[in-house]
Design a protein around this ligand. Sequence first.
Ligand code: ATP
Length: 249
Amino acid sequence: MEKIPDTHPRYNSLISRKKITQAMKKGIVHETGLIAHGRGEAFDYLLGEITIPQADIAEKIAAITMVCAKNPVISVNGNVVTLVSKDVISLAESIPAKIEVNLFHRTNSRIDKIITELVNFGAKNVYGKKADAKIPGLNHNRALCDKDGIFSADVVLVPLEDGDRCKALTDMGKTVIAIDLNPLSRTAQTASITIVDNVTRAISNIEKWVNKIKTFNRNDINNLIKKWHNKRNLSEITSYISKRLNSLF
Ligand code: ATP
């Protein structure tokens, strides 16, 4: 594949595309992962390809929620592992949280490839292979999960989720933190905490907050959690996008 010059104005976006297409050829990303990525890119364009203040606050609340959880789990798929393996592993260590592979188009070969990729990047223990439990209410392969991982988690971070599983996880009483560039998706609307940001910026920013909140006192943390209102934050995000679009021309 042709080398992308680092002076190209769309360098980051082109690098992500290159990674995703190469990972599809290796069998890590499913074909439909390319379409999901394209939808994400379109929404990132509308945001101006930056972490907007509403995303930053959601990332701060996500960090608090994960640090305070008893059994937090980061759920990953092919796209996430392709784009941000290192960031996911580093975040999981800093919380600490478990990492579990969960796939819509699940095959043993893809599960093995994704686990190997994470292990090559330094992950010590990756859940998802055993799949000895099922999320109730889902009749496809995404229901399969690990009893000691997602099934028993109190908080699950789900970058690039589908709406059905997000709802099924909240129906189980879990706190679901979603990373989704589309503020209108069912996932965004259903999650307890929705981070409307690119996973390539969001994971490392959550880790930045994990390190900062270690210096916060209990009162500060309680106040921040009390003030959190997911639907209000989403509504501010759609206003942000429409104001931005209206001011462009
Ligand atoms: P839902 O079922 O929640 O309504 P959907 O059917 O669109 O959503 P998918 O097709 O699984 O869900 O798409 C995954 C989502 O991931 C899309 O909404 C897309 O905006 C988002 N997405 C794709 N790439 C990224 C990325 N790099 N960072 C954050 N979000 C992303």
